[in-house]
Design a protein around this ligand. Structure first.
Ligand code: GAL
Length: 424
């Protein structure tokens, strides 16, 4: 009996020590942590859930949630640039894995190499190769991915399709064939919003026209002007089926999604943050209250992007930031965030740890991610650098003002060579 009592006491002591060490850990961190992103308003809940977890673990740290509103980071990136160049970096900031990270901040030597964290936490073993490649530059790893989003998703309302007697178009041609009937019924066939959403539509149409190989060929220079001319020609036809000349420019991506939900538009092509909006913000049930499919002609291809956060050089709250990054790529952090965001975890072992918390859309995205052909998104920083992306919109302006696909393709090629983005 004595033996058991002393064992019990030893155990209590050990637990006490662990508890003490834990409390001390928490106490060791204090001061501030500034997280910079564009996840404001409707886009905020997932980030807020992660911050709440951080607050529980590190109650003495004051988290400053610095957001700059504007879908796809159109405004945030400009503010970030001023801060980074002015020597006032946030402790950590949202940046797309891929060229947006490496081609901008890593080449400029503004980010700390995180290889040591990846080794300490075993992260090299739990992230997919494609993703690891996009956050690696000259042997160093430069950001911590919080998720995987899919860009090529078509959203619709089953009732609207039923009322119009339509099936989900599998190809661009099938969509173009039903477009006049939808217009005749007084609805917008495909709703777009502010300019970045038109860039977003472009990449999914390009993928539908070129396929995965042709898409990747853009970035190696193999696809060339002929392939791009086909893309712009088809894109022009698709734009005829949108509200681009009506009120697109004044709509946010959420307002475009609303048009589908309200039955004024039949389809919207948007990344799966739309699933986050539809489920987390609007409380709708995927598969029942709204439908989803791969965008026209892209079944079996997953155009991906990843939101990630890094460690800028020269920040004051380095330890607090390391704890933030660690939480972000923990199984707990990945699940707290992704079950609300519309994205799936970057870690391959996270979904299985909380299967019940993932809805039907997210489970289907996770299944597709495991088997589909993967290609990187242009509109969200994976495929091309910021210089290229900054100018890309001009190709669409040229297309719209001249109606000439070849002129737009030529402009694309010129921007490619100026930004060294297409393999030259
Ligand atoms: C993407 C970002 C997503 C979502 C979306 C709309 O660029 O990766 O997480 O925020 O913009 O703002």
């Amino acid at each position: 009996m004595k033996k058991y009592i002393s064992l019990f006491l030893t155990l209590l002591l050990a637990l006490g020590l662990v508890g003490f060490a834990h409390a001390q850990d928490d106490d060791e961190l204090s001061g501030e942590l500034e997280i910079f992103s564009w996840w404001a308003g409707d886009e905020a809940p997932a980030l807020e859930a992660l911050i709440a977890l951080y607050n529980e673990m590190h109650p003495n740290v004051e988290v400053i949630n610095a957001t700059v509103t504007g879908g796809s980071g159109v405004n945030a990136r400009a503010v970030l640039k001023t801060r980074m160049l002015g020597g006032n970096p946030p402790d950590s900031f949202q940046v797309h894995a891929g060229e947006e990270l490496t081609g901008t901040w890593v080449v400029a030597d503004r980010m700390e190499d995180l290889t040591f964290m990846f080794e300490e936490n075993g992260w090299f073993d739990v992230l997919p190769e494609d993703l690891l490649d996009t956050i690696t530059y000259e042997g160093g790893v430069f950001s911590v991915p919080v998720n995987i989003h899919r860009s090529n998703v078509l959203w619709y309302l089953p009732e609207t399709l039923d009322e119009l007697g339509l099936e989900v178009p599998a190809t661009i041609e099938e969509f173009l064939a039903v477009c006049p009937d939808i217009q005749a019924a007084g609805l917008t066939p495909l709703v777009v919003a502010e300019p970045w959403t038109v860039n977003h539509l472009w990449e999914t149409i390009a993928l539908g026209v070129l396929g995965a190989e042709g898409w990747n060929g853009i970035w190696t220079g193999e696809t060339g002007v002929a392939g791009l001319t086909d893309v712009y020609a088809t894109f022009l036809d698709v734009l005829e089926c949108t509200n681009i000349d009506a009120d697109a420019a004044g709509l946010s991506w959420q307002q475009a999604t609303d048009r589908v939900i309200e039955g004024e538009a039949v389809f919207n092509i948007m990344g799966d943050w739309a699933a986050g909006y539809l489920t987390t913000t609007l409380g709708l049930e995927p598969g029942e209250d709204f439908g989803f499919a791969a965008s026209f002609g892209t079944d079996g291809i997953f155009m991906w992007l990843s939101d990630s956060f890094g460690l800028p050089l020269g920040i004051t709250n380095r330890e607090n930031t390391l704890a933030w990054l660690e939480l972000m790529l923990s199984i707990e952090g990945q699940n707290a965030f992704n079950t609300l965001k519309g994205s799936i975890p970057a870690r391959v072992d996270a979904v299985e740890a909380a299967m019940d918390e993932y809805n039907a859309y997210l489970l289907s995205a996770a299944d597709d991610w495991a088997v589909d052909v993967l290609v990187g998104s242009l509109a969200h920083g994976t495929a091309a650098n910021e210089r290229f992306m900054g100018d890309f919109g001009q190709t669409i302006e040229i297309l719209l003002s001249t109606g000439n696909p070849q002129a737009a393709a030529n402009a694309f090629a010129a921007i490619c060579s100026q930004a060294a983005a297409c393999g030259q």
